[in-house]
Design a protein around this ligand. Structure first.
Ligand SMILES: NC(=O)c1ccc[n+]([C@@H]2O[C@H](COP(=O)([O-])OP(=O)(O)OC[C@H]3O[C@@H](n4cnc5c(N)ncnc54)[C@H](OP(=O)(O)O)[C@@H]3O)[C@@H](O)[C@H]2O)c1
Length: 229
């Protein structure tokens, strides 16, 4: 069992608190208003969760701020810099603008990189960025388990994260380096648009399809192409 500190009691924060509590971790649900966190915990009947302020949540072994960059997350989190040092910071940000039509960051940057830059001593692992809030309430799509794309420049932190989420109802995909968050975050922008178009919003997610492949499978076609030259 690990302790997970969630900072923010919005759509994502509360659902991620439930996800971690359901797989046996000690969750501190942190809010700017501790009584709000306490009330949510009471309403959910989750007595094992602890309510806290941000300071108390930031004491946990793993920290997960669940707030928007556009709302000033970086400055809000500044007072907890020394508590974050050396810890795994689970970054879920997508740098949406106010009306969700675009991002406030350019293509060659990402929320994850902004956070790692601002808090260089934390071990940032980007995750859950591609999962819309509603999906946590019923993570399966029929029999299909959907994917969470995970990025980090710290291989050990990524491995610790994969261990932390064991037993949760998603498949976790190693999506590579932290700067791949540029792509993963924009996948969310795209799924939001597609979800609206096809009437799924906000119940849609990604699933990487694939099967192990060897060059032998393409021999017939490759041979035919080669023979034509
Ligand atoms: N919504 C999604 O489907 C989704 C999916 C993937 C990733 N994300 C990311 O997850 C993060 C949180 O998204 P969300 O949808 O959970 O947001 P939300 O429902 O708006 O909740 C954000 C929480 O942040 C806290 N907060 C701290 N400073 C704030 C401020 N100045 N103004 C407003 N709230 C402030 C509040 O909690 P307290 O009042 O308790 O402190 C608030 O409940 C964002 O970075 C978003 O990009 C969201």
């Amino acid at each position: 069992m690990s302790t997970v500190g969630i900072l923010g009691t919005g759509r994502m924060g509360v659902r991620l608190a439930l996800l971690f509590a359901d797989i046996g971790h000690q969750v501190i649900l942190g809010s700017r208003d501790k009584e709000r966190a306490a009330q949510i915990i009471r309403e959910l009947g989750q007595e094992t969760m602890q309510p806290g302020n941000y300071q108390e949540a930031a004491n946990a072994e793993f920290v997960l701020p669940a707030m928007f960059l556009r709302d000033g997350a970086l400055d809000t989190l500044e007072p907890f810099r020394s508590q974050f040092d050396g810890k795994i910071y689970i970054d879920i940000t997508n740098p949406f603008n106010d009306d969700y039509t675009d991002f406030i960051l350019p293509w060659d940057n990402s929320g994850a990189e902004q956070i790692q830059h601002r808090f260089p001593k934390t071990r940032v692992v980007g995750a859950f960025k591609n999962v819309w809030w509603e999906v946590f309430d019923a993570p399966r799509f029929g029999d299909t388990v959907s994917d969470v794309f995970v990025v980090s420049d710290d291989a050990t932190a990524k491995a610790e994260f994969f261990k932390l989420v064991e037993g949760s109802p998603f498949r976790y995909i190693d999506a590579g380096k932290l700067s791949n968050a540029r792509t993963v975050e924009r996948m969310t922008l795209l799924s939001g648009e597609l979800g609206q178009r096809y009437g799924y919003f906000p119940r849609m997610n990604y699933k990487l399809l694939g099967e192990l492949w060897s060059v032998g499978k393409a021999d017939r076609v490759a041979t035919a192409i080669a023979a034509s030259h």
